[in-house]
Design a protein around this ligand. Structure first.
Ligand code: CP
Ligand code: NVA
Length: 302
């Protein structure tokens, strides 16, 4: 693994290596609060969009690995004034050991990686959120013991989370059913990949009930992602009925987990009742952002 740009680039073995490393670093940190890792690594953290979890977990993560993070927002870096990503990549590569980027376009992240001499980590684009799904997979395995025979369900917008969950689930051999309204389907590249995968079942439906039936893990995410603020009202109409509520949960398998990348909009994609009933799993998922991203940095920088 040279960069982490999207899960499609990784093999099943590479994903499992990240998850095993994440489990190891999590337990090592909890026991000894130290890691055996070369000190002084510097992570540049580019944010063109807001963040709470991603910023804090990356900055804490590189610190716990003995390094430091440098926060660069569009508001105060030259990126916000239009400096080309190709130049930013080459400059940051002269100072830093790794670049993390959260932005709009996946192409921009791919271009950054093409021009950078150091590893690049995608910390969310409009198309993918690979770091989140690595944490989600770590959380599922922690709670369920293994991935064998699990059925994953995603209800909501065919957005960056849906795209990454589909790829992550299929790469690890789990069946996945996705319920999205017409017009809000996952990206065509992801659908093409999903159709090409043998031995695992992928279903795309517009019925949340069909998706939830027999599920072991139900995912959802906001109806309007960052950058889609102007579409909020139109989306509220399109997504009415795509809410993870107790009726949807009653269709799932006993012990079904709920995962939400957060922030959550209670009363829209999930009810407050379901959210609170599954808060332990959801905040374990948030915690695992730290451990999964430390694993990614560990493997990229060791
Ligand atoms: N889930 C997630 O990426 O959260 P932030 O937007 O707070 O980073
Ligand atoms: N789909 C959401 C995820 C936030 C972590 C967004 O892109 O805003």
């Amino acid at each position: 693994m040279k960069d982490l740009l999207k899960l499609l680039d990784l093999s099943r073995g590479e994903i499992l290596e990240i998850l095993d490393t994440a489990d190891f670093l999590k337990s090592e940190w909890k026991v000894s609060r130290r890691h055996d890792f070369p000190a002084g690594k510097v992570l540049a953290m580019i944010f063109a969009k807001n963040s709470t979890r991603t910023r804090v977990s990356f900055e804490t993560g590189i610190f716990q690995l003995g390094g430091t993070g440098i926060f660069l927002s569009n508001a105060d870096s030259q990126l916000g004034r239009g400096e080309p990503v190709q130049d930013t990549a080459r400059v940051l590569s002269r100072y830093c050991d790794c670049i993390m980027v959260r932005t709009y376009s996946q192409d921009e992240v791919e271009k950054l990686a093409e021009y950078a001499d150091v590893p690049v980590i995608n910390a969310l684009t409009d198309m993918y959120h690979p770091c989140q799904v690595l944490a989600d997979l770590q959380t599922i395995r922690e709670h369920k013991g293994s991935f064998d025979g699990l059925k994953i369900c995603y209800i909501g917008d065919g957005n960056n989370m849906a795209n990454s969950i589909i790829v992550g689930s299929l790469k690890l051999g789990m069946d996945i059913t996705v319920a999205c309204p017409d017009g809000y389907h996952p990206h065509r590249d992801v659908l093409k990949y999903a159709k090409s995968v043998k031995n695992t079942k992928f279903i795309l439906t517009n019925s949340p009930e069909e998706a939830a039936k027999g599920a072991d893990v139900i995912f959802t995410d906001v109806w309007a992602s960052m950058g889609q603020e102007a579409e909020i009202e139109e989306r509220k109409k399109a997504f009415a009925g795509y809410c993870v509520d107790s009726r949807i949960m009653s269709l799932a398998n006993p012990g079904c987990m709920v995962q939400h990348c957060l922030p959550a909009h209670r009363g829209e994609e999930i009810t407050a009742e379901v959210f609170e009933a599954h808060a332990q799993e959801i905040f374990d998922e948030a915690e695992n952002r730290l451990h999964a991203q430390k694993a990614v940095m560990y493997l990229l920088l060791k």
